[in-house]
Design a protein around this ligand. Sequence first.
Ligand code: ZN
Length: 194
Amino acid sequence: MEKGEPLRSCIGCRSVKDKNVLLRYVLSPENELVLDYNSKLPGRGCYVCADVTCLDKAIKQRAFQRSFKSKIVVVDKTEDFIKVILKRSYGKIASYLSFAVRGKKVALGTLAVELDLKKGRIALLLISSDMSASAVDKWKGRLKNNINCKVVEKFEGFEPIIGNRKVVGIRDEGLALEIAREIEIIEKLDFNIL
Ligand SMILES: [Zn+2]
C-alpha cells in the first residue's frame, strides 16, 4: 500500500484497504444497489472487497442498509445481484467492441492481430477461453510488457459483433482500459465460487 492512498473499510469483512482496490457501490435514484464501476457516480458510496465472500457477507448482514442509512431495494440473493453485475459488464464490453469495430480500432482474428502486434498497434489482446491453454501461452509469449492480455469467458456471446474470432486486439488505449476493467470485474465476481 502506498503512502497517502485514501483508505476505506470493506463493509463485509471490515478490513481497511486502499480504496482503489475496493469496489464502490451506490444507490440509484430508485434506491437500488448499483456497482459503481469507475468510482464516478455521485452520492454516498459503500466499499466492499472485490470478492464474492465479502459481498455475500455485506448483503446477508444487511450492512448496505446500515451504511446507507436508508431503505434500499432488497437484494435477497447475492447470486442474483452478481448476475445483474455480470450481465451489465458483458453488455458494456459488447458496446465497447462494437464501437471499436465501427471505428476500426480493433484487429479481428489471428492474421490481423499478428500483423498489428508486429507494428506495435495493440493495447489489449482478448483471447477466448475456449482456446487451448497452449495456444493461449503462445499468444502471451508474443506480447511485449506494455500489452495487456485477458482470457475472456463466454466469448461466443460477442459473435454478433466480432464473428467467430477467438482472438481480438484492441488498438485504442482508452477503450482497452475500459474493456480490461469490465473483464476484471467479471473475473473477480465469478459467482461460481459461491
Ligand atoms: Zn472485505
